[in-house]
Design a protein around this ligand. Structure first.
Ligand SMILES: [Zn+2]
Length: 371
């Protein structure tokens, strides 16, 4: 059965997934950019299908495999990885996806990770919850080869992970597909999925802490793989180190005192909750204004700067190393009005205060949202 026929049948039998699938083009190909397509993959705009793989599937599996890719897009899996271990994250996404598709009545391939790793977790949870449960089960330390980089279809590296308009498009797509497909009451699991996608429970503070937790206990951070450098992704590798973090605070005139105070109070509370971590606070506007290795959470009282802005990631990193530091990540609190100087070989988080146009050349963007 060809792809358009599969889709037509899906609209009749599984309207929610069928209608959602209309948001994706279908392309048969062996490679996308430089990546091989061995099975299927998606970039949020199209589904890429390997013809041989397609022909090996039964009609029912063709349907569920398309729904599987649709699910990754519709529920934001392409954009939610953040600083997580990508392989474990991919497995978490696939478990959640196949679990929910199975609940919808679709046939799931016997090779699904739902049947291998699904028993380690509660597959009804969010991707983030399942990810944490997989880590607790020790999966990060022994990922079987077939789930390693080369064995996976979740190569989302070509996705613009901060493409806001694409993310918005999918958010409105799930709402309208739900309205069309379930004119009465939404099934509970669909409602939960939609609620989670429309208003993820994680706020910036949680995201930041999650990142620091993983930097501290789970991973040794490696220089990002070149392929991902401009793709807003950080690839951690396994190991253990203590957390040594640079908090760079943009104290230029465009930042409000309120924002600067919020940044400082966050640093203070992180200092208090991450025992035996080393925390550097660097204040910078057009130049570096002060560098402090914190030894007491009340230490930073004076705010210095308030001139023009440059985003001196590289200079700040070098300065801290000159002062004897060995940082493993850098968090930049800024409103993003200024040029980024140069790349550094440790992960960078931009904690951004209300500037939708800022698009950093590397690192991971978290938007500040005061509740
Ligand atoms: Zn998948």
């Amino acid at each position: 059965m060809d792809a358009s026929l599969v889709r037509a049948r899906m609209i009749l039998r599984f309207p929610f997934w069928g209608v959602l699938s209309l948001n994706l083009g279908i392309k048969f190909c062996e490679t996308v950019d430089t990546h091989r397509v061995d099975t299927m993959s998606t970039d949020g705009r199209s589904i890429f299908i390997n013809q041989h793989y397609w022909e090996s599937l039964s009609d029912d599996l063709k349907m569920s495999e398309i729904a599987h890719e649709v699910f990754h897009c519709a529920f934001g899996h392409l954009w939610r990885c953040g600083g997580r271990n990508r392989l474990v994250y991919n497995i978490a996404c696939d478990i959640v996806t196949d679990y929910n598709l199975k609940l919808s009545g679709l046939e799931i391939t016997k090779k699904s990770v739902l049947f291998t790793f699904g028993t380690l977790v509660n597959p009804a949870g969010s991707v983030e919850e399942v990810y944490e449960q997989l880590l607790q089960a020790g999966l990060a330390d022994n990922i079987p080869f077939e789930y390693s980089d080369s064995g996976r279809h979740n190569d989302w590296s070509s996705t613009e992970t901060d493409d806001q308009s694409l993310q918005l498009k999918w958010k409105s797509a799930i709402s309208s597909a739900a309205a069309v497909s379930y004119p009465g009451t939404l099934p509970g699991f669909i409602k939960e999925l939609i609620d989670d996608a429309l208003s993820p429970k994680l706020d910036w503070r949680q995201l930041l802490r999650e990142f620091l937790m993983s930097a501290k206990s789970e991973y040794r951070w490696m220089p990002p793989n070149k392929r991902f450098l401009h793709r807003d992704m950080i690839i951690p590798s396994l190991g253990g180190e203590t957390l040594e973090v640079i908090f760079a605070i943009d104290t230029s005139g465009s930042m409000t005192m309120e924002n600067i105070r919020a940044a400082l109070s966050e640093v203070t509370s992180i200092y208090d909750s991450f025992q035996d971590s080393k925390i550097w606070v660097v204040q910078a506007d057009f130049d570096i204004q002060s560098v402090t290795l914190i030894t007491d959470s009340k230490e930073i009282k004076e705010i210095v700067g308030r001139g023009g802005t440059r985003l001196l990631v590289n200079q700040i990193y070098k300065k801290v190393i000159d002062e004897g530091g060995n940082p493993n990540c850098l968090i930049y609190f800024t409103d993003g009005y200024g040029d980024v100087d140069d790349y550094i070989p440790i992960p960078v988080i931009w904690l951004l205060y209300g500037n939708d146009k800022f698009s950093p050349p590397f690192g991971w963007l978290i938007k500040y949202n005061e509740e």
